[in-house]
Design a protein around this ligand. Structure first.
Ligand code: TYM
Length: 337
C-alpha cells in the first residue's frame, strides 16, 4: 500500500468520471495505461463521482454508473490488491483539501480553463460554482497523496498545469511541502478523435452515436462504427498531414495491435480504406473482448466490488489524512486534539 512517508516508489494518481461507459478515448488515452504502472509505482486510482456532479444527474442512474465505472477500471486491469482503487466521495479529505486550495486559486486562472468555457457553453442553464472550481478539486485529488505522476490524456493537461501552480504557490507561502506533480501523457493515443469528425476529440457526449466507440460495445457494433468512420477522399493508408481521419484510425490500430505506422502502411499497401477500416474494427473488438468478459463477471459480484472499494477508501484516507493534517497545521488551524 502506498505510504507517502516511507516509500521508494513514486506515487501515481489518476481519476475518471462515472458518466457512463468509458470511451475508446478514455481507454487508450488513460485507463489502459494505468494497469501496467502498478508494479513500478504506488498507484492510486479513483472514480471521481464528485466531479461528475457538476452536471445534473439522476441519482439512481448516477449510483449505478459509479458502481459500473468502478467495475470497469478493475475490468481494465486495475488490481485492487496492488493499487488503491476507490470512489472519491468515500474519502472526505478530497473535499477538505479542495477548500484550502480554493482559497489560494484565483478567479482569473479558473476563468481561463478551456474545459470550463466548453462546458458552460454546452450547459448555459447550469453554469454552477462546482463546474467553475472543478480544477481545484482535481488539484486536491492529486496533491492529497503527494503524487509524482498523473497519467492522463492530452485534454487534462491544462488542469494538471493548474494543479502544479497551486502546489507551487502553497509551497512558496507555507514552505516546501507538496510534490509538484508531472503529467504522464502517452506518446501515441493522447487524443483519440471522433470517428465522425476527426477534428474533434472522441467524447461520450457526442450526439452522433457513430462518433464514439464505447469499450463495452459488442463486436458487430464496433465494426459497424469503424466502417462508417469519416476519412478523406484518398485511398492510401499512410500517416500524413491533413489526413486526420486516417491518422486517427492508424493511431487506434497501432494501440490495439502494437504495430508501428510503418508496419501498418506496409500491411495495407495496395489495399483500400474499406479493408483497413474493417481490420481496425476487428482489432479493437478483439483487444476489448477480455475487458467485456471481465466486466460481465465483476458487475454481478456486488459483494466483491464493495469489499474492494471499501478497503480502497480506507487506504486512501489513511494516506491523504496524514497529508491534510499537515496542511491544516501549515495554514494555522488550531489542532483539533
Ligand atoms: P474524464 O473522466 O473526462 O476522462 C478520463 C481520462 O480519459 C482521458 N480522455 C481521453 N484521452 C484520449 N483521447 C480522448 N478522446 C479522451 N477523452 C478522455 C482524459 O484525459 C482522462 O485522463 N478531470 C478528469 C478526471 C479527474 C482526474 C483527477 C484525472 C479528476 N481528478 C485527478 C487525473 C487526476 C476528467 O474529467 O477525466
Amino acid at each position: 500500500m502506498p505510504d507517502t512517508n516511507n516509500t521508494q516508489k513514486k506515487i501515481i494518481f489518476s481519476g475518471i468520471q462515472p458518466t457512463g461507459c468509458f470511451t475508446l478515448g478514455n481507454y487508450i488515452g488513460a485507463v489502459r495505461n494505468w494497469g501496467p504502472l502498478q508494479d513500478e509505482y504506488d498507484c492510486i486510482y479513483s472514480i471521481v463521482d464528485m466531479h461528475a456532479l457538476t452536471v445534473k444527474r439522476d441519482p439512481v442512474k448516477f449510483r449505478q454508473q459509479t458502481l459500473e465505472a468502478y467495475a470497469l477500471i478493475l475490468a481494465c486491469g486495475i488490481d485492487p490488491q496492488k493499487s488503491v482503487a476507490f470512489i472519491q466521495s468515500h474519502n472526505r479529505y478530497h473535499a477538505e483539501l479542495n477548500w484550502i486550495l480554493a482559497c489560494s486559486t484565483q478567479f482569473g486562472e479558473l476563468s481561463r480553463m478551456t474545459q470550463f468555457k466548453d462546458k458552460s457553453a454546452k450547459h448555459p442553464d447550469d453554469v454552477n460554482a462546482g463546474l467553475f472550481t472543478y480544477p481545484v478539486l482535481m488539484a486536491a485529488d492529486i496533491l492529497a497523496y503527494n503524487t509524482d505522476l498523473v497519467p492522463i490524456g492530452a485534454d487534462q493537461k491544462q488542469h494538471l498545469e493548474l494543479a502544479r501552480n497551486i502546489a507551487q504557490r502553497f509551497n512558496q507561502r507555507y514552505g516546501e511541502f507538496f510534490t509538484v506533480p508531472e503529467p504522464y501523457i502517452p506518446k501515441v493515443g493522447a487524443k483519440v478523435m471522433s470517428l465522425q469528425d476527426p477534428s474533434k476529440k472522441m467524447s461520450k457526449s457526442d450526439e452522433n452515436p457513430n462518433a464514439c466507440i464505447f469499450i463495452l460495445d459488442d463486436k458487430d457494433t464496433i465494426i459497424r462504427k469503424f466502417k462508417r468512420a469519416i476519412t478523406d477522399s484518398g485511398s492510401e493508408v499512410r500517416f500524413a498531414e491533413g489526413k486526420d481521419g486516417i491518422n486517427n484510425l492508424m493511431t487506434i490500430y497501432s494501440c490495439a495491435t502494437g504495430k508501428s505506422n510503418a508496419e501498418i502502411e506496409a500491411e495495407f499497401a495496395g489495399k483500400g480504406y474499406g479493408d483497413f477500416k474493417l481490420a481496425v474494427g476487428e482489432a479493437v473488438a478483439d483487444h476489448l473482448a477480455p475487458v467485456r468478459e471481465n466486466f460481465a463477471r465483476l458487475i454481478n459480484d456486488k459483494a466483491y466490488l464493495k469489499e474492494c472499494y471499501t478497503s480502497g477508501a480506507e487506504k486512501a484516507m489513511k494516506i491523504s489524512g496524514k497529508v491534510v493534517a499537515k496542511v491544516y497545521r501549515k495554514v494555522g488551524f488550531v489542532d483539533a486534539r
